[in-house]
Design a protein around this ligand. Sequence first.
Ligand SMILES: [Zn+2]
Length: 251
Amino acid sequence: MLSFFRSRRRAQWRAKPFPEPWEKVLARHVPYYSLLPPEHQATLKGHIHVFFAEKNIEGCNGLHLTDRMRLTIAAHACVLLLGHDFGFFPGLESILLYPGAFIPRHKEEHPSGIVDEDPEAQEGESWDRGVVILSWEDIRRDLKAFDGRNVLFHEFAHQLYDLGEEAFPNVSAHQHFIEVFAKHYERHVKDVNRRRPTFFDEYGAEDPAEFFAVATEAFFEQPLFFRQKYPAFYKEFQAYYRQNPAEYFRQ
Ligand SMILES: [Zn+2]
């Protein structure tokens, strides 16, 4: 349970003025920020204060951490919390930021049974709940377009997925989500196995956690298309995140 003191402390952080140079960074370098309606922008800025106060962001491999990097990470993480804060990624302590791709991808077995030994690099990883590992190069690449790919939304979605039932207001909401989710996950796996083109990133066929993460990327980056293609599934995500990104893209 969220203690009285913690919630009071968070309210104090939220109320802090948002530095003007930070505001400029958001406007210039975080395209998602400009999409948001003013009331969400205000909520986001308060969340960013809490994020900075509670989470530790570290530059690794000699990376010099800038305000732009810290704000880019915090802003995207906190977009997921605009409708509902999910206890603010409880358990997440640190974000490690590397300059480029960092860890060789393990041998991967595709659902087709083909083992992929391509020494591709891992773009981001969410280890249990404690640590999120990211690459600045990949973050920047994903900010170039709203194309349904965003490693930040992806990794922080893993943090929420790990909450399981805790993330839902009640048991029946959880049950309902799981039913709809399972149906779409199975369809996705089938499509990937048959090498059909898929709306969600193929990587989502790895397991339900990955499917949740790639569906979250699509939900925030291509909500209109998502809603049009899979209205019932979109509705579940809208209920889960308690926000409707389709509205951000309306203009
Ligand atoms: Zn993932």
